[in-house]
Design a protein around this ligand. Structure first.
Ligand code: SF4
Length: 158
C-alpha cells in the first residue's frame, strides 16, 4: 500500500512539473513571461470602460493563445463588422444571445449589437488602451503591453 502511495506521489510530482514547465514555455514564447505572476484577482476588470474580462488578456499571454474568448459588457458593434471579425462571436439582440453568424441570418447586416463574448485578439482591436486596467492591478503588471502586442497583428510577440 505504502509503495503504491509512493508511486502515485512520484507520478503526480512529474505531471505537475510538466504542466508548470509547459506554462513557463508558453509564457516565454508569447513574450510576456510576467503573465505567470498574475494571481487572477480580477481587480483589472473593475474599471474597464468596455466591461472586458481583462484578466483573460493575461491568461492568453500565459498560454500564448490569442484565440481564447473573453466576456464584454459595454462593447457595441455593427453586426456586419462583428460577423466579418468572427462569425462565432457571441452577440446580444433584444436580450437574446446568439452568434454573429446566426444574428446575420435572422436580422440582416444593418443592426448595432451588444458584444458579449469575443476572442482576446479581437478585443484588443477595439481596446482604447487608456490603461485603467493597469492602474488597478495591485502588483502593477504591464497589462496594456499584451493588448498593444495583440492590437498590432492579432498574435503575441511577432
Ligand atoms: S489585477 Fe493584476 S494580478 Fe489581478 S487579475 Fe489583473 S493582471 Fe492579474
Amino acid at each position: 500500500m505504502e509503495e503504491g502511495n509512493r508511486r502515485f506521489n512520484v507520478v503526480a510530482f512529474f505531471v505537475i512539473a510538466a504542466i508548470l514547465a509547459l506554462f513557463a514555455y508558453t509564457a516565454y514564447s508569447s513574450g510576456h513571461p510576467w503573465s505567470l505572476t498574475c494571481y487572477q484577482c480580477r481587480a483589472c476588470n473593475l474599471n474597464c470602460p468596455l466591461g472586458y474580462d481583462v484578466a483573460k488578456f493575461v491568461v492568453a499571454a500565459a498560454v500564448d493563445d490569442p484565440d481564447i474568448y473573453m466576456s464584454a459588457r459595454n462593447l457595441q458593434l455593427r453586426l456586419d463588422e462583428a460577423y466579418s471579425t468572427d462569425p462565432d462571436m457571441t452577440v446580444e439582440v433584444d436580450g437574446e444571445r446568439m452568434t454573429a453568424g446566426e444574428a446575420i441570418e435572422r436580422f440582416g447586416e444593418g443592426l448595432v449589437v451588444e458584444v458579449r463574448m469575443l476572442r482576446v485578439k479581437d478585443a484588443a482591436k477595439y481596446d482604447p488602451l487608456e490603461g485603467a486596467c493597469e492602474r488597478s492591478c495591485p502588483i502593477e503588471l504591464p497589462i496594456t503591453d499584451t493588448i498593444r502586442d495583440l492590437k498590432e497583428d492579432g498574435v503575441f510577440n511577432e
